[in-house]
Design a protein around this ligand. Structure first.
Ligand SMILES: Cc1cc2nc3c(=O)[nH]c(=O)nc-3n(C[C@H](O)[C@H](O)[C@H](O)COP(=O)(O)OP(=O)(O)OC[C@H]3O[C@@H](n4cnc5c(N)ncnc54)[C@H](O)[C@@H]3O)c2cc1C
Length: 741
């Protein structure tokens, strides 16, 4: 019988490619083969268990999921449902009831744990460094179940309310029910008094009174304070505008911005002499000034009508500086150079060439992610995984796809895409097989405390040349390893019926070699894309400690730190993962993950980069440990950690103990993080616009609408790739700004 299924070759097994395979395999019309270099799935999100060291988890870096990852959570929720693990198995469900479920043996039932705060390290104007914690209240929404998205005006309103509430303080609070009730009775009298008092107190610019009158705003608070009057008017004008932005006029918006500017300037005059020394006042100022600048900047730049993307020629901080609610430099600097702002650049690795003196992040993209991150989260702002990212995300995906009949080809390194003679379509895919397997299929997982996990290196006993590979110490995931592939070369040929479509899920910096023919055929588009979009190297460390949080002096609430000392500036306490590792009673009691960018050095080898990361970590531990682990500092060096606090064999002393932690330099082309620098989004190519028949693109490097590299973007791009073939899913949440209007 003729096989009518379409054959799809998926190249790469990162989040984007696997999502595409997941979506396609919902239908029975496709035969799907996934080709993956090395021994595991997950790409930049892959993790591995170190079976020789307590089955500890080793990651590419620090990974958390943000509460607004609607597509990623809903995909994973369905994956866990389909996987249908026994209820008493660890990680038997994605997330339910606040993530508090546990099995009879005490293992977590849920794949995720919610986190409702972000800690930052603030460098105050006098140069001291102080912790700063921002709370994000948990809401009733469930990640992956409630996927409604707020309108763009809705986001703006939330920022406005936040800014006014915090900055105006007790001068003005948006009215509760009783106040509105009373105001009905006062209204008539107030109306008579309004004009006189308004002119006298508010000293309005032209158009202000007319706009307020048109929008039915004709009350003033009883106080004679101008600032209070301005907050009151801004709030009521905004409320009078209504939700449909098509009914707003440009004049409405300019008057609203005028009221906010005037109010903010009044406030600044009151606090400017104390704001530098008063921590609470300064922090309130920074956050509310950013919120109100965001609101005013979006209105002034007509973002509601033109979308976010037209701001992408500016860096985020440049954009904020252009708004200038207050003209004085200090007023702007305190907010725009504040720790939360730094944390955003840090979390998104947005430093050009990995140089922390060159923070650059396209403004349109940044404000889109900011809105969704801070105002659009479901349940909690952050979620921690309850095992390694590989174990939590990629094991379930792998197992479900395998059950559905998707074929996995590990140790298959794609080397070249070939074009047809007329250069219009993809004809071939060349693949180098890195090893020979002893049996037909590679079985990639290992069991760790009843959870199937990915090992941190190949399972050598399944490989014909396993011993030689082990002895060589070569890493098959690295582009520049000196292992000579032993499995021979294969070529998938469309003309032989090997594939009908290829989904290219290999990431950007690995592509120049692989897609040479494509670049030759379309230099402007492919060459432009490969040169125009930039990536960055990252570095990461995981430190295991002998003592628990209390003995180290760690704050009781687990730190999730952004804006720490550059470059290792993003850090979290992941001690909950120790339970999922395999230690005896004398094992480590505290665990932190930390990562940041790694400055670009051309032609650097992996060992040289590894050495640089080690130096950075030693530096960090010697100079920046005391604020984090105040009870474990060294008696000879009060800023540094006592090396014996790190978990390592007893006979190892001093900084050598760092060699028993997990450090990582992500310099391999495929490990580099994709950046969204100003003026670069234009080089991206959409999933169905490769320019070559049969070739569909996926990954965080394509133009997917939500162009910031993260798991949510990878999932969206995978959905888009599948949609090219199946038309499904018809609707992808948050794909473009248009649906936000
Ligand atoms: C250190 C670090 C920390 C991060 N932290 C977070 C976080 O906390 N939250 C978040 O949302 N995002 C985070 N990200 C970003 C996120 O991990 C990535 O955006 C996402 O995983 C990218 O997925 P992808 O499928 O587009 O690409 P990739 O994951 O790069 O997938 C590409 C795949 O292709 C494979 N491949 C490469 N070359 C070949 C070849 N020649 N032949 C066959 N296969 C090949 C790779 O092995 C990989 O499986 C982080 C990234 C890094 C680097």
């Amino acid at each position: 019988m003729v096989n009518k299924k379409k054959k799809v070759a998926v190249l790469g097994g990162g989040m984007a490619a696997l999502t595409a395979a997941y979506q396609l395999s919902q239908q029975d019309d496709y035969e799907i083969d996934i080709y993956q270099i090395g021994w595991r799935l997950g790409g930049k999100g892959a993790s591995g268990r170190n079976t020789e060291l307590g089955d500890r988890i080793e990651e590419h870096g620090l990974h958390v999921w943000l509460g607004f990852y609607d597509n990623a959570f809903s995909t994973l929720r369905k994956v866990y449902q389909e996987l249908d693990r026994p209820a008493d198995a660890p990680l038997s469900r994605m997330y339910s009831a606040g993530g508090k479920g546990s099995t009879p043996s005490g293992a977590p039932m849920d794949a995720f744990t919610p986190i409702n705060w972000l800690n930052m390290l603030e460098t105050t104007p006098d140069g001291t460094r102080k912790p700063w914690r921002v709370e994000f209240p948990q809401n009733d929404l469930e990640p992956g179940l409630h996927n409604e998205i707020i309108s763009m005006w809705g986001y703006l309103e939330l920022f406005l309310k936040w800014g006014i509430r915090d900055l105006a303080g007790d001068l003005f609070q948006p009215p509760g029910c009783m106040k509105i009730f009373k105001s009905v009775f006062k209204r008539k009298k107030q109306r008579q008094n309004f004009t006189d008092k308004f002119q006298h107190l508010v000293k309005p610019a032209s158009d202000v009174e007319e706009v307020l009158r048109n929008r039915g705003v004709d009350t003033l608070p009883e106080t004679d304070q101008r600032e209070a009057a301005l907050w009151h008017l801004a709030h009521h004008l905004h409320a009078g505008l209504g939700a449909d932005v098509k009914d707003h006029t440009e004049k409405d918006h300019s008057v609203l911005v005028w009221l906010i500017k005037e109010a903010v300037n009044e406030r600044w005059r009151r606090i400017k002499d104390t704001v530098e020394t008063n921590d609470d006042e300064r922090r309130l100022w920074s956050l509310s000034y950013l919120a109100l600048s965001y609101f005013a900047g979006c209105l002034e730049n007509r973002v509601l009508y033109k979308g976010y993307s037209h701001l992408n020629n500016l860096d985020l901080r440049e954009w904020f500086y252009s708004i200038q609610l207050v003209k004085e430099p200090l007023a702007n600097q305190l907010a725009i150079e504040s720790a939360p702002m730094q944390a955003l650049y840090d979390l998104a690795f947005h430093y050009e060439d990995g140089d922390t003196k060159k923070p650059r992040l396209a403004a349109g993209i940044a404000i889109e992610i900011l809105s969704r991150m801070v105002m659009g989260y479901k349940g909690s702002i952050l979620y921690f995984m309850n095992a390694g990212m590989g174990d939590t995300i990629f094991t379930p995906l792998y197992q479900v796809l395998k059950r559905r009949g998707v074929k996995f080809h590990f140790f298959h390194k794609v080397t070249e895409l070939g074009l047809s003679d007329d250069k219009k379509s993809l004809k071939s895919v060349k693949i180098s097989r890195q090893i020979n397997l002893k049996k037909d299929q590679y079985d990639p997982l290992v069991d760790v405390k009843d959870l199937e996990c990915w090992p941190n290196r190949p399972l050598f006993d399944q490989i014909v040349e396993g011993q030689a590979l082990k002895d060589s110490g070569e890493n098959l995931e690295h582009a520049w390893n000196s292992w000579t592939d032993t499995g021979g070369e294969i070529t998938l040929d469309a003309d032989n019926g090997d594939f009908d479509h290829v989904i290219l899920g290999i990431t950007l910096d690995a592509l120049p070699e692989i897609t040479k023919q494509l670049t030759q055929a379309d230099e402007a588009k492919w060459g432009g894309m490969l040169n125009g979009i930039k990536t960055v190297q990252t570095q990461a460390m995981q430190l295991w400690f002998n003592g628990d949080a209390e003995s180290l002096g760690v704050d009781k609430t687990r730190p999730v730190v952004g804006a720490y000392v550059e470059p290792l500036s993003s850090m979290t306490d992941f001690s909950h993962l120790l339970e999922r590792e395999n230690w005896d009673a004398n094992g480590p009691k505290h665990l932190i993950y930390d990562c940041g960018v790694l400055e670009q050095k051309n032609n650097e080898t992996q060992p040289a980069a590894d050495k640089r990361v080690r130096d950075n970590v030693v530096d960090f531990i010697n100079n920046d440990a005391s604020l984090l682990w105040p009870k474990a500092t060294s008696s000879i060096n009060p800023t540094g950690l006592d090396w014996s606090a790190l978990y390592a064999p007893e006979n190892v002393s001093g900084e050598d103990r760092v060699d028993h932690q997990y450090l990582r330099a992500n310099i391999d082309p495929t490990e580099r993080y994709v950046l969204s620098l100003p003026n670069t989004v234009k080089y991206r190519i959409k999933t169905d616009e490769s320019g070559f028949e049969r070739l569909i693109l996926t990954g965080t490097w394509i133009d997917l609408g939500f162009n910031i590299a993260c798991i949510e973007a990878a999932v969206i791009s995978g959905m888009q790739a599948a949609r090219v073939l199946t038309g499904e899913p018809g609707h992808i949440v948050g794909e473009t700004y248009k649906e936000l209007l």
